[in-house]
Design a protein around this ligand. Structure first.
Ligand code: ZN
Length: 245
């Protein structure tokens, strides 16, 4: 029963559609690590798709900021750079009430599901960026399950951890989960990759085979970028999709 692992879709419908076409018949359940919305031009379409198709989802910082009337959401906006703030206010206005309520009710990670932990940033803090070995190693004692999926950095990859050693995982490879190790795995971002590769990123986890496969797929970046421009969102959000940065 493989799982499709998606993170940081960021309201990019073209990227999501390409991922689903590429992943067809490779999975039977979908897990989502947050940041459904923000930056992209299709927040309602993405939230509606998640509501209908995803087995379990947790919130990301953009979901919290875009949906919330509550102070933590508003505090989140304060920490955003001007481009992210503009897109958050745009998203708040665009979201239909039912979709906004769904985002506001999304659980915060870590969330344990079917033997794996799901977090947006890190097991310690949903807003923390886990980028380097030096970020991951101190988290060892906080890992509840041997396999934790995380997002937030928009960089595909992750870490294999033991008490004394933490090693990076190579993106775009399938790797086998070895006993005696813990894993922090980032499927990458569906809708706004930031590792210099503009292709949409995702992962497939097979509990039976004890493997995680990192995958990338090209999508219609021109169309997604054109929608961002037509929506009046900042030009940078359209341009960066072409670079994958
Ligand atoms: Zn994100």
């Amino acid at each position: 029963m493989p799982f499709l692992i998606l993170s940081d879709i960021h309201a990019n419908l073209e990227a999501l559609e390409a991922v689903l076409a590429d992943a067809r018949r490779r999975y039977d359940r979908i897990l989502c690590l947050g940041d459904l919305v923000g930056y992209g031009a299709d927040p309602n379409a993405i939230v509606e798709w998640v509501r209908e198709n995803v087995a379990v989802a947790i919130r990301g910082n953009h979901d919290r900021a875009s949906a919330a009337e509550d102070p933590t959401g508003l505090d989140t906006i304060e920490t955003f750079n001007p481009t992210a703030q503009t897109s958050t206010y745009w998203t708040r206005r665009a979201l239909l009430p039912g979709n906004r309520a769904y985002l506001e009710a999304l659980p915060r990670g870590p969330l344990f599901y079917q033997g794996v932990d799901l977090v947006h940033g890190s097991p310690a803090d949903e807003d923390e960026y886990v980028i380097a070995v030096s970020d991951a190693a101190p988290l060892f004692d906080l890992l509840g399950a041997p396999l934790t999926f995380f997002g937030h950095t928009h960089k595909q990859g992750g870490f294999r951890l033991a008490r004394r050693t933490t090693r990076p995982l190579q993106p775009e490879r399938t790797f086998e989960l070895e006993p005696d190790y813990y894993y922090l795995v980032n499927p990458g971002s569906v809708g706004q990759p930031r590792d210099g590769d503009p292709r949409a990123a995702y992962a497939v986890y097979s509990p039976e085979e004890c493997t995680v496969e990192f995958r990338r797929v090209a999508y219609d970046v021109d169309r997604a970028a054109a929608k961002i421009r037509a929506a009046g969102l900042p030009e940078f959000l359209a341009a960066r999709l072409h670079e994958g940065l």
